[in-house]
Design a protein around this ligand. Structure first.
Ligand code: DQA
Length: 145
């Protein structure tokens, strides 16, 4: 059964509770991960979580992902908008991935509308806060069935 989802949080996501609550809500990353773990449990999925502020480390997590996961839930933070290194590493991972953003990236500054990973992903969810992670997990569940 393919049900292992690796959730990767990128740069500045560890500072969630210190970032503007109108975009990111009031949960800390730890609280968010507890919620996401609950969603996954309801859907019969298993999760593992990592966060890093180092782009190369994020790439290495993607390189290793096929050894530990069947699908990826990615919130690379600002790297989403410009990191071709992460894009290439996602291609190396070769796993079904969903891009998720807490905030409505398409309704904010123009530069946030660009995603260099979007076309490699099987779905994108943004602007739905923590509930967006549930939707992203559902997309992955369907994809892995
Ligand atoms: C984010 C949106 C990005 O534009 C931003 O740089 C983040 C978080 C989100 O979850 O809404 O760090 O990915």
């Amino acid at each position: 059964m393919r049900n292992r989802i690796e959730v990767l949080h990128g740069v500045n996501l560890d500072m969630l509770e210190r970032r503007p609550s109108e975009h990111y809500g009031r949960l800390s990353l730890t609280e968010l991960e507890v919620r996401v773990n609950g969603f996954a449990h309801e859907l019969g999925l298993e999760t593992s979580f990592s966060q890093t502020n180092h782009e190369g480390e994020f790439c290495e997590l993607l390189h290793r992902a096929p050894e530990v996961a069947d699908g990826l839930l990615l919130n690379p933070g600002a790297w989403t908008h410009y990191s071709y290194a992460i894009r290439d590493a996602l291609e190396v991972a070769g796993l079904p991935a969903v891009e998720v953003h807490l905030s409505a990236v398409d309704e904010r500054e123009d530069w946030r509308s660009e995603s260099v990973i979007r076309d490699l992903c099987v779905g994108t969810v943004s602007g739905k806060g923590v509930d967006g992670y549930r939707e992203a997990l559902s997309i992955l569940k369907e994809r892995l069935a």
